[in-house]
Write a protein that binds this ligand. Sequence first.
Ligand code: SF4
Length: 193
Amino acid sequence: MALNDKSLAARGLQSERVQWVGKGPGVFEREVESLETEVGLTTLAKAIAWAQTKSMWPDTFGLACCAIEMMSIVSSRYDIARFGMEAFRSSPRQADLLIVSGRVSHKMAAPLRQIYDQMLEPKWVIAMGACASSGGMFNNYAILQGVDRVVPVDIHVPGCPPRPEALMEGIVRLHEKVNAGVPPAYEIRGVAE
Ligand code: SF4
């Protein structure tokens, strides 16, 4: 419960002014009541979530045309460095976020899953574009009809291709989920065999 959720009198402060109904709190009491915002008190869970969203390094995993849009988010125009995310990692062991950008062929499903498995927890997945989310226009035997068949997806970004702004929107929504305490998708839905 936040500090401000309860009045000082209800919390047991016995000062004369607080007990005096109708008088209202003095300067000291008002300052104490706004302590949480003044001093910046927080919880460990909130601090961890803040750190995770400010250093969420994506894995380099471009598969098709959507990848061109994904690459542009590190440019000065979109500046993903604002979120501490400009460091795309080539090793899954140094990455927290898998942005699946482009259609996933059945041949690529196994390597994709292997990379996901090699990422350390906590880890998140964004399915970028219609192809990664549902196979898109490629309703055929060669393309996986949705990457959520092999890895649990946290955020789906619609579009063909989604503009970099749409991907940024997906990233911001993911940050909101983490800050709100929503667990990663693998904890909610599990990981397919
Ligand atoms: S969603 Fe469109 S842009 Fe993205 S990989 Fe599929 S066809 Fe290409």
